[in-house]
Design a protein around this ligand. Structure first.
Ligand SMILES: [Zn+2]
Length: 279
């Protein structure tokens, strides 16, 4: 499942193809939206943005009809494809939504959660209504993330599970969870209520730093100098990406201890027992 940084890069690609251009044609697979294909055709695409793992495509107002937004959430199987407008991608997937401009087309396949909403009603979409702060797509102050850690409804849950909960903080997926906890030096079983102020600060900084680094580096969470050194040594992309994730049995880059693999919230999690001590 793509994580926040992967969704955001995909959104950059979609935006590059259709934003500030007029939609020549709009396609919806679902009957309930068929009537809107002609209503949206001819409108300008004003923005494409991500919120957590949702993708939002905004259409300008026309005449006395206000602006619209197409909300989509890919779940596990949805996939966007960008192509020249006159070329249809070869795929067996079901086309669900598409925007065609004069030159390019953005097509969404297989996704089932697609909604047509007014931009000012986006907060009524259940996924968005419950979404936590999104440090990659919004300007979030560190203090706001500290407030999340201090929220009594969340502070008693172990961070290994909590970090995957999009209602806590949006955009963190499975590899980021392991990497963030390692970067902050915090054991996965630790609960926010047991963190001192320094540890809370380290955790918040690790969240923001790694989610943005993964976006800028196309998924590499290792520090840039180490990633470059490993590349120079001939390591593949997969082997030089992460500090602990996917490195069970290998040596910790910081202390040489063996990286441990475990399962938390039904998904694999990696940590260093020495750099992330349990109190
Ligand atoms: Zn270590």
């Amino acid at each position: 499942m793509p994580e926040g940084p992967e969704i955001r890069r995909m959104v950059d690609d979609i935006a590059g193809a259709i934003v500030t251009r007029d939609a020549k044609k709009v396609f919806f697979a679902f009957d309930r939206f068929k009537g809107y294909e002609s209503a949206l055709a001819g409108r300008r695409v004003t923005a494409v943005s991500a919120r957590g793992k949702a993708v939002l495509v905004f259409f300008a107002a026309r005449g006395d009809d206000g602006p619209w937004c197409v909300y989509s959430h890919n779940q596990l199987y949805g996939k966007w494809r960008i192509t020249p407008a006159d070329r249809e991608p070869e795929t067996k997937r079901q086309l669900r939504f598409a925007v065609f401009t004069r030159d390019q087309a953005a097509r969404l396949y297989s996704a089932s959660d697609i909604r047509l909403v007014r931009p000012d009603a986006l907060d009524d979409v259940p996924y968005l209504a419950h979404l936590g702060p999104d440090p990659l797509n919004e300007d979030i102050a560190a203090g706001d993330l500290i407030d999340r850690l201090n929220d009594t409804r969340l502070a008693g849950r172990a961070l290994g599970g909590l970090l995957l909960d999009q209602r806590f903080i949006a955009g963190i997926g499975n590899y980021l969870r392991s990497e963030i906890l390692f970067e902050a030096g915090i054991a996965p079983k630790t609960r926010p209520k047991n963190l001192d102020d320094d540890a809370k600060q380290r955790l918040v900084e690790a969240i923001v730093r790694l989610i943005r680094r993964a976006y800028e580096t196309k998924g590499i969470t290792n520090p840039p100098d180490r990633a470059q050194r490993l590349k120079d040594e001939g390591l593949s992309f997969g082997k030089r990406r992460h500090m602990v994730f996917g490195r069970a049995g290998r040596s910790c880059y910081d202390c040489n201890s063996e990286i441990i693999k475990t399962t938390v919230a039904s998904r694999r999690l990696y940590y260093c027992p020495r750099c992330q001590p349990t109190d």
